[in-house]
Design a protein around this ligand. Sequence first.
Ligand code: DOR
Ligand code: ZN
Ligand code: ZN
Length: 437
Amino acid sequence: MLTLIKNGYVIDPASGREGRYDVLIDGERISRVEADISEEVLQQQAKETGEQLDVIDAVNQYVMPGFIDLHVHLREPGFEYKETIATGAKAAAAGGWTTICPMPNTRPATDSADMIRLVLSRAEQEAAVNILPVGAVTLGQAGSELVNIKELKAAGAVALSEDGKSVMDTALYMEAMRQAAYYQIPIFAHCEDKSLVGTGVINAGKKAKELGLIGISNAVEDIITARDILMAKESGVQLHLCHISTRDSAKMLALAKEEGLPITGEVCPHHFTLSEEDITSVDSNYKMNPPLRKPEDVEALKKALQEDVIDVIATDHAPHSAEEKAKSMGEAPFGIVGSETAFALVITELIEKGYLTPTQMVEKMSLNPARILGIDRGSIDVGMVADLVIADPTAEYTIDKNSFYSKGKNTPFHGRKVRGRIISTFVAGRRVYHKQA
Ligand code: DOR
Ligand code: ZN
Ligand code: ZN
């Protein structure tokens, strides 16, 4: 099967291409990227060989390597009422993500080779996109006993993370980092000081006071960011800082990079789009961990993205049921969905406002995540697997949570006007999502 994508605006930082190109997919791979690939010649060829040829007109649309989300929660096994591997993968495809990394906080947690294999086999059978699981750092994410890192890696874990919390036992975490460095598997760090966070709900600031809620200070995150960077330096592990939300954590990442340490960081769309000031009512769709911070933090995150201090945009897609999120701010679980709104928020908040170029967007949503994972993805050059996304960067619409493929409708962006729409998503040459007109 051949698919010819005509007239699109190709953005491929790995090859340095940005401009109008035609792209030909032959089976699972990209076979040609040229200024003008003749449809007539291909038609003739297809007729002779009996091969099927699909032609897609992508005029005025971006053609990019498929996005790679280093941070999602798929909830299977254990919490299938929130999301399953199948529904989470569909939501990802609709958002332009062709590879996603589910975090281990399922039930049971992804803390053994068997659990990794279970996720991979279900993904193989049911998922529309590539699923690369993240293993836990400690058994049951209980914080007291290390997983078998060698076995997890051999089974297919691409990273280790205690996401949802931090490993608070520093000595144990240091041992994990040393082993992870030895087995060459990165650690994705959720930075949160458990003793300091207490029962905090939203950012410690004006809003928390106004609403009478317990606050979460920046120090809750920054203390562990500092610790984890220092530990990575000593252990030599490849460290990736999840969902950076504070200006000081961004600064510390910049310092770590200046030293040449193999440390990267991600920011989530909600953290560069919203601040605590956007929390207008006691609506738990504004409750996530880390929380929405002050406008100064939001500005610092956007600058850090612009200056390439922050390497990655990931969603922390965290589906919960309507019943759970209908609870009070204090009682509802942390987290919002993000797979299906990320691209539009990047276009609307970062590209249109001049913080990022289209090339930087693709670096942060595809190429850099691929490099962090060490996978042969993140580019649509000749010979690469055809994981790619076609999107209309100017289409204007209103986000409607009822249109989500995700089971989770927990978003603070319902009703928000945005620009940027995913049109088609391809995984290994197969179209796994197409926007119905
Ligand atoms: O908001 C969040 N939700 N932050 C986390 O760290 C965990 C996640 C979840 O699993 O729901
Ligand atoms: Zn987290
Ligand atoms: Zn998370």
